[in-house]
Every structure is written in structure tokens, then in C-alpha cells.
Ligand binder design. Structure first.
Ligand code: SF4
Length: 601
């Protein structure tokens, strides 16, 4: 199919709806491998958008390409746990096998132009890394042998859909199921119970349950639902935030892969409670491989009258769900950035207030809940708020799914009632000689060996789910450096403290790692961290230095051994930079710029 026909078909598939721009760009790239200026202009024309609007979205998302990158676009996952599993060796191996230059920043194209290779942020496969994405499709456990197979398939030009299916198998790795991962509910039972209670009754049960959002912020779910229900307006939306991009988190992957109907039923219950008729699942681009399966689940629910018109034969209760894919932007996990992205724009966090419950998608009241939260909603609707509150602690009800990765024998998912001690999790997953546990991802907290008796709960160690284990052989400074680069890459660029600050911090960390560490540089990092925390527009900038601050406070030796005795070391050699000018002008006064002026005074 030629370019124009591909674009016209994609635009028609999305009803010529400009808010579907991101989906259209994704589909067009799937066919054409990249978005050329001509393609971008045609899409703008077809949707009635300005070329600048299309280019703005196109250039915001790291999975969209404005230059040819070959037929096979390979990205190697680069969370710190991937590093622990040898992703850089994998990168070198793939580079050699594909004929790609080893320096892949940000990516490199093979000599024949057929393939490209680069790094990407955490792909949500930390329990089975190192992982790669090929044209957006996830391949876990890329051993040297599998890397060789993949390079061979690329070299032979085998179409991706003809690659051995076992390469793409993503395991659930559920190690300790509890309520959410093992409760076998009859589909529709919870929704029927919700209909019997009525909207206010459902919200009342959610309030009684004391359920708090599982995406990280921990906002009371019932309070959010009531605000959305009471918000003025006739049109409301329910959005499932399935953009889990926090490094080290992969629980939503498993919930969607094996319990999607429960999550979607939770969305329908939410829709009934607040009076919404349309829902969206915002699925992170790295999980695109699940899309077809999820569409099948939705189709089955429509057949069973759990979605669609007149749900469970209730006159006037109409609700359906559409899946939208992200395209490699971590910031879209922030709910207002997610809404911008759902509208087809760059995913930049909005200024709040107003909050999404009153001014959300397309300016309408919108409920945004995390995947795990919605799965819990279904259980609460079926079992009641009191029952759910019987699990966990008084201030943290229910269970929490932890995504355990790193130095342990059994990485995977562990679900516990809130209040479990960190040491218990470590014992269950087979961790030994643990030096540190990074809880809640790059923006979370780094626990030292003295803190392992702390509990996973909102009142102690709150987490969205990531639980990365580092044993005594690991260097926590390197983890903090990896996260510094992650944030510099993922900053959306909207506000100066974060846009500039994250890059400066990453540069300082590189200089320290390269043997140019000084106390002056550490001081600069700490100053930047304080400014970013105080003045950044959203949580990304505010928390970007958490790992640096934690590791510096708790693991000082791993920093100190990198710091030289000098207080200041110039990072820029002015004398060398001026050498060419001196040569051109015939001056021989090297070092003149260092003159204090005493001689000439
Ligand atoms: Fe964007 Fe960072 Fe500012 Fe958040 S803090 S709005 S991610 S630049």
C-alpha cells in the first residue's frame, strides 16, 4: 500500500477524529516504518489540524520516528535491573550481529539501513530481562543464544509476524497470589451487585472499604468517585491508567494479561457509579502486544451484556471501552498528561486545579483510576467494603501487589495484605545478602539494610508496586546514575527546573562516575535537587533526585570513594577552547583569561 492510501485508511479507521492523532501516527508508522514530512503533512490535512500540531505530537513521543530507522527497530530495555541482567552486553552483541555501530546514542542504523538499535526506558519486564522491543513488540529473556537468533532473523529479512512465537512469550510469574491475583469471581457478579446497590450505594461501599489509589499517590478512591459524580455536566468519562512506566513496575502487565475482565468490570462499575457512558484504557506503548487479546476480552464482555447498550438489561445503562496506546512517554502516567495524550496531544501535565474529576478529558468530568485500583473495585463491589477493609492495616486496607525484581531467586509478582514487612518479602523471593531495596521505582525510596523491618503501607513505605532488590555486590551509586539519566530522558520539557535540572544532574553524575567527582559537584547536585523539588511543575521533577538523596544519605561510601580531595574541578577548559582563536589572530598569550588584572592595574 502506498503512503497516501495507508494514511487515508488509518484516518478513516479513527473516524477522522483529531483526538485520535496519536493512534493514527502509531498505525501509520506500523505500516511505513517512520513518519516522513510528507506523511505528517497529509495527516494534518486529513484531520484539519495545523502541521505544527501534528509535528508537536509526533516529536514528543519516543516511539514515533521522524527519520528512517529501518524495517526492524530494536530497543533494548535500560532499567537498572536490566543492567544487572547484562543488557549492555546484549546491546553490544546485537550491534555486532546487526552491523550497527556500538555507540547507539540515541540509536544507530545498520550499514544496510534495514535495522536500528537503541536503548529505551524500562519496558515492564524486569522479572524476565534483559528485554527488548522489536517494532514495539516485547521479547523477554534475551539470552546470548536468543540474541543470535534475533540477529539472524533480521539479517534474513524474516517478517516479524513469522518469527518463532516462543520468542514473544511473556510469563506472568505470579509467586504469591492473594485477593487480586487469585480470587475467582464469576464475571458480571460484581457488576450485578453494584446495579442492585445503586450509584450512591456503590460509592458508599468504596468509601467504606477505604480503598486508596494504587498508582502511587494513594488518594482515597471513594472521595474521587463522589467528586466525579457530583461534578456538573451530562458527559463523564472513566479512564483506566494502564501506563505503568515507573522503572521496576510490572504488576499491571499481569493484571491485564490474566485478569483483564476484572479490570474492565471495575471500569463499568465506576461508570455506573458516576454516570459515564464512555471509557478508555490508556495502555502503555510497551504493552502493545496485549492489545488484540484485550480487544477480544472486550468483545466477549459485549456479548455477555457486561458492556454496550443496556448493560445486564438495565435500561439506560450504556457504557463501552476503547483502548488507546501510548508511545513511549513515561510522563503520561501522570493523570493530566495522560488526558492530554488521550486527546492526541503531547503528554504534558496540565496546571491543576481544576482537577480531572471536574475538568478532565475534553474538559468533562473524568475519573482516572489505576489498573490495580479498578481490579480492587470489582472485588469490593462483590464482597462489600467491610469485607475488603478486613485485609491490611487500619490506614491501608486491602492488599498490594509488588513487582519484585533484581537480586533474588524468584522474581515476579507477590501480593500481600498491606503491612507486610520488607524482610518478609525478601525472604519469600529468595533474596540473600541484600544491600538495598529500591521501593516504588526511580522516584521511590531506597531502603538500606537497617530498614528491612519497615512495612509496605501508606503509613510507612508507600509504593506503586516496584520492589527492586540489590545485593552486596551492587553499586547503589550506579543505580542513582541510571535513574538520573532516566529522568533527564523522560522530562517533558514544560518547566525549566526539571528540563534543565535533570540534564545537569545526569551530567554531574557522569562526571563523578568518570573519576571527576568533587564535593563541589555533589553540592551542586544537592542545590539542583532542592530547586527541582520546590519549583518543578509536576511530580517527575519534584522526585527526580530521590534516589540520589537517599543513596547519598544511606550509602555514603559508594559516593565517597568517587570523590577526589579537590573542592572544585573545572569542567570546561577555557584555555584549550581559545587555542584556535589565538592561532588565527597570532596571539601567544595562553592563560591571559586567567589574569587577575594585578599586573595591568
Ligand atoms: Fe514536565 Fe518535568 Fe515540568 Fe513535570 S516537572 S511538567 S515532567 S518538565
Amino acid at each position: 500500500m502506498d503512503t497516501d492510501a495507508t494514511i487515508d485508511e488509518a484516518v478513516a479507521r479513527y473516524r477522522r477524529d483529531p483526538s485520535c492523532l496519536l493512534q493514527i501516527l502509531r498505525d501509520v508508522q506500523d505500516e511505513l516504518d517512520w513518519i516522513s514530512p510528507a506523511a505528517s503533512a497529509r495527516i494534518a490535512d486529513a484531520l484539519g489540524l495545523t502541521p505544527a500540531a501534528v509535528e508537536g505530537t509526533l516529536r514528543f513521543y519516543s516511539f514515533l520516528h521522524v527519520e528512517p530507522r529501518g524495517r526492524y527497530r530494536i530497543l533494548v530495555s535500560d532499567n537498572f535491573t536490566d543492567r544487572m541482567l547484562g543488557n549492555m552486553e546484549l546491546l553490544a552483541r546485537l550491534a555486532a550481529g546487526l552491523g550497527v555501530a556500538p555507540d547507539t546514542k540515541p540509536y544507530a542504523v545498520s550499514n544496510n539501513g534495514h535495522a536500528s538499535l537503541g536503548l529505551t526506558s524500562c519496558t515492564g519486564l524486569c522479572d524476565q530481562g534483559p528485554a527488548i522491543l522489536v517494532n514495539g513488540r516485547a521479547i523477554p529473556r534475551v539470552t546470548p543464544e536468543r540474541a543470535g537468533i534475533i540477529a539472524g532473523l533480521v539479517k534474513d529479512g524474516v517478517p516479524l509476524d513469522q518469527w518463532p512465537s516462543e520468542l514473544f512469550v511473556v510469563a506472568d510469574n505470579v509467586r504469591r497470589p492473594d485477593l487480586l491475583l487469585s480470587n475467582h469471581l464469576v464475571p458480571g457478579k460484581a457488576l450485578a451487585a453494584a446495579l442492585a446497590r445503586g450509584p450512591d450505594g456503590v460509592i458508599g461501599e468504596i468509601e467504606t472499604s477505604r480503598l486508596r489509589g494504587r498508582g502511587g499517590a494513594g488518594y482515597p478512591t471513594g472521595r474521587k468517585w463522589r467528586a466525579a459524580r457530583l461534578a456538573p455536566g451530562d458527559v463523564r468519562y472513566v479512564v483506566c491508567n494502564a501506563d505503568e512506566g515507573e522503572p521496576g513496575t510490572f504488576k499491571d502487565r499481569v493484571l491485564l494479561q490474566s485478569h483483564a475482565a476484572r479490570v474492565f468490570e471495575g471500569m463499568a462499575i465506576a461508570a455506573f457509579a458516576i454516570g459515564a457512558s464512555r471509557g478508555y484504557v490508556y495502555l502503555r506503548g510497551e504493552y502493545a502486544y496485549m492489545r488484540r487479546m484485550l480487544e477480544d476480552v472486550l468483545a466477549g464482555m459485549r456479548r455477555d451484556k457486561l458492556l454496550g447498550t443496556g448493560i445486564l438489561d438495565r435500561q439506560g445503562f450504556d457504557f463501552d471501552i476503547e483502548i488507546h496506546l501510548g508511545a513511549g512517554a513515561y510522563i503520561c502516567g501522570e493523570e493530566s498528561a495522560l488526558l492530554e495524550s488521550l486527546e492526541g496531544k503531547p503528554g504534558r501535565p496540565r496546571i491543576r486545579p481544576p482537577f480531572p474529576v471536574t475538568h478532565g478529558l475534553f474538559g468533562k468530568p473524568t475519573l482516572v483510576n489505576n489498573v490495580e485500583t479498578l481490579a480492587a473495585v470489582t472485588l469490593i463491589a462483590a464482597g462489600g467494603g467491610e469485607w475488603f477493609r478486613g485485609f491490611g492495616t487500619p490506614r491501608s486496607s486491602g492488599t498490594k501487589i509488588l513487582s519484585v525484581s533484581g537480586d533474588c531467586e524468584r522474581p515476579g509478582l507477590y501480593e500481600y495484605p498491606f503491612g507486610v514487612r520488607v524482610s518478609q518479602v525478601l525472604s519469600d523471593c529468595g533474596a540473600r545478602r541484600t544491600k538495598a531495596v529500591q521501593v516504588s521505582g526511580a522516584s521511590g525510596v531506597c531502603l538500606s539494610g537497617h530498614e528491612l523491618s519497615r512495612r509496605i503501607a501508606f503509613e510507612d513505605v508507600a509504593t506503586a508496586g516496584a520492589f527492586m532488590v540489590l545485593d552486596e555486590s551492587r553499586d547503589v551509586f550506579e543505580m542513582a546514575r541510571n535513574f538520573a539519566h532516566f529522568f533527564a530522558h523522560e522530562s517533558c520539557g514544560f518547566c525549566t527546573p526539571c528540563r534543565i535540572g535533570t540534564s545537569l544532574v545526569a551530567n554531574f553524575m557522569d562526571e563523578i562516575a568518570a573519576g571527576h567527582g568533587t564535593r563541589y559537584k555533589v553540592g551542586e547536585i544537592m542545590s539542583l535537587a532542592a530547586v527541582m523539588r520546590r519549583t518543578s511543575h509536576c511530580g517527575l521533577g519534584q522526585t527526580a533526585c530521590n534516589a540520589i538523596l537517599d543513596t547519598y544519605a544511606k550509602f555514603r561510601p559508594s559516593w565517597d570513594r568517587r570523590l577526589t580531595s579537590t573542592d572544585f574541578e573545572p569542567t570546561f577548559d577555557v584555555d584549550a577552547a581559545l587555542a584556535q582563536s589565538r592561532a588565527l589572530t597570532g596571539r601567544d598569550d595562553a592563560g591571559a583569561h586567567l589574569d587577575t588584572g594585578e599586573q595591568g592595574a
